[in-house]
Design a protein around this ligand. Structure first.
Ligand SMILES: Nc1nc2c(ncn2[C@@H]2O[C@H](COP(=O)(O)OP(=O)(O)OP(=O)(O)O)[C@@H](O)[C@H]2O)c(=O)[nH]1
Ligand SMILES: [K+]
Ligand SMILES: [Mg+2]
Length: 366
């Protein structure tokens, strides 16, 4: 039996099993089995998995945004308009067959855009080029899930399931669970908040499915079995996503009003180039980048070309590293102006100081 068939069998069994107190541990075990099989699919082999020919492209820019969606929803139309790169647009499905890279400037930051082939239901299990597409998506800093407004909700669910099945978690942060394997002592479970979805038996059942019989598990969030499996599996990727609802030129104002209720969504028309400003604003927020303007001593700051950092690595040291590795050796102190500075005259800071968006920085050398 192939891995895909095994997955299908377990999914069928889960669908047949009623969810209640008596079956919850059994369902937890099935979910763990499913997670393990999906990991097998993810692991690159000679016959597939990973990114493939035409899918690996050179990475440029401070961040990359992948366009994922069903065929012909308008991914290439949007990507061509944003980047000025030509990615073929046509009325037939599967026009785009590989990763097509382009770059755009978002508020001073150079961002790479990756146009991808359309995916279909079953993509994660090897249908179409789905696995290659999703493998590229896993490596992006932000995803645009492009949907056709004429059928957004059904498509949204299918695409989310495809990505979830491949270990991608959208607009979510890692569950606050710490998990440590031990040599002996059994399973020791603690929680700082009430647990409404898990009890000791379920936790033990899930862990034993992973042949883990001795471990400390500490829950600091109201986790469910999926969260626990994610932590045990450990290869989950948490990526912010924007639902780009395209082709609003084809619907009425009333229908548009309803669409605005979908969280993390931006309705646009790539054809008419409507509401692209809002899309770029939301994109900028989700990218969570930090622009730092350099000020040479005794001169005005250079506002034309900021040094752009990612928000989890934005100390003065990260700033120096991103310019040149030798700057650290000559570094004496920095003077910072902006929201991270304690006073407006300029704040003397060391390498560990965390910078904020639009700070101005002057490096004083030894
Ligand atoms: N009405 C309307 N049509 C659009 C819009 N954007 C794209 N289209 C049309 O939708 C069709 C598909 O556009 P593409 O940009 O090729 O779509 P894609 O998602 O890249 O398609 P694949 O590469 O085949 O997956 C083309 O005929 C476009 O002209 C839009 O905003 N409104
Ligand atoms: K197309
Ligand atoms: Mg395309």
């Amino acid at each position: 039996m192939t891995t895909v068939q095994k997955i299908k069998d377990i999914e069928d069994e889960m669908a047949k099993t009623q969810k209640n107190k008596a079956t919850s541990a059994h369902l937890g075990i099935l979910k763990s089995k499913l997670a393990k099989l999906r990991r097998e699919l993810l692991t690159p082999t000679s016959s597939g998995g990973g990114a493939g020919v035409g899918f690996d492209v050179a990475r440029t820019g401070i961040a990359s945004v992948g366009f994922v969606g069903f065929p012909s929803v308008g991914k290439s139309s949007l990507m061509s308009g944003l980047t000025g790169t030509t990615s073929e647009v046509a009325a037939y499905e599967f026009t785009t067959l590989t990763t097509v890279p382009g770059t755009m400037n978002v508020h001073g930051a150079k961002v790479q855009i990756l146009d991808l082939p359309g995916i279909i239901e079953g993509a994660k299990d090897g249908k179409g080029r789905g696995r290659q597409v999703i493998a590229v998506a896993r490596s992006c800093n932000l995803l645009f899930l492009v949907l056709d407004v004429c059928k957004p909700l059904g498509d949204k669910k299918i695409i989310e399931d495809e990505l979830e099945g491949f270990g991608i978690r959208l607009n979510k942060s890692p569950p606050n669970i710490t998990f440590r394997k031990k040599d002996k002592g059994g399973i020791n479970m603690t929680n700082t908040v009430p647990l409404n979805h898990l009890d000791f038996d379920m936790v033990r059942a899930i862990l034993s499915e992973y042949k883990i019989h001795n471990a400390d598990v500490a829950f600091r969030c109201d986790a469910n079995e999926d969260d626990l499996i994610d932590v045990v599996e450990g290869n989950r990727i948490y990526i912010p996503a924007i639902y780009v609802l395209n082709k609003i030129d084809a619907i009425s104002i009333q229908e548009l009003d309803l669409l605005y209720r979908i969280p993390n969504s931006v309705p646009i028309s790539a054809r008419q180039w409507w509401n692209i400003d809002e899309l770029i604003e939301v994109m900028w927020e989700k990218l969570d980048l930090v622009r730092v303007y350099t000020k040479p001593r005794g001169q005005q700051p250079d506002y034309s070309s900021p040094v752009v950092l990612r928000s989890h690595r934005c100390t003065v040291e990260d700033f120096c590293q991103s310019i040149h590795k030798d700057i650290i050796k000559q570094f004496k102190y920095a003077i910072v102006w902006g929201t991270s500075a304690k006073h407006s005259r300029g704040h003397k800071a060391g390498l560990a100081h965390r910078l904020e968006d639009e700070d101005v920085l002057c490096i004083v050398k030894k």
